[in-house]
Design a binder for this molecule. Structure first.
Ligand code: DQA
Length: 171
């Protein structure tokens, strides 16, 4: 027999995400070259621009009871600074580190310091691509990784975080 809370969770899961009761803030970070989405190798990364992705995330976040802050940088240091600032001020991080996924111990360390639920997103399926893209340092800090679903991956990440935050608020 399911409890009322578990029934609610199961219902929400079928709708693709539980609504968070208490306001929660999620930082959505994009790394280098993701500001070029739309014109950057659309056969790999799709036609959506970063502005399209931001708008879709803001709209879905509203339904889920989340507030999102979307930032992009081509600089590793700037990304590290934003991750550091997320500790204690945000309730979760969604990050597509771009090429830094495959090189950056500094971003990994910052994410470990943040002590937040982290979802790593890649538009492309990095495991189907060149071998140097198969390893991500960031995955070590991520609770989960979503790759290969294009721009929808960010929405999937928001839904995953929302159901997790809803569950921890119930507990
Ligand atoms: C990417 C995959 C990375 O290998 C690449 O360097 C990117 C984008 C993706 O979203 O598929 O910049 O993170």
């Amino acid at each position: 027999m399911l409890t009322a809370a578990a029934r609610g969770r199961a219902r929400s899961a079928t709708k693709g995400g539980a609504r968070v009761a208490k306001a929660a803030k999620v930082l959505i970070l994009n790394g280098p070259n993701l500001n070029m989405l739309g014109m950057r190798q659309p056969e790999i990364y799709g036609a959506a621009t970063l502005a399209d992705i931001k708008a879709a995330c803001e709209s879905r976040a509203k339904d889920l009871g989340l507030a999102v802050e979307c930032r992009q940088s081509n600089s590793e240091g700037e990304l590290v600074g934003w991750i550091q600032a997320a500790r204690g001020t945000m309730q979760g991080v969604i990050i597509n580190p771009g090429a830094y996924s495959h090189t950056s111990v500094a971003i990994l360390d910052a994410l470990l310091i943040a002590e937040l639920p982290i979802v790593e997103v890649h538009l492309s399926n990095i495991h189907q691509r060149e071998e140097f893209r198969h390893h991500s340092y960031v995955s070590k800090a991520a609770q989960g990784v979503i790759c290969g679903f294009g721009a929808r991956g960010y929405i999937m990440a928001l839904e995953a975080l929302a159901s997790q935050l809803a569950e921890s608020q119930e507990a």
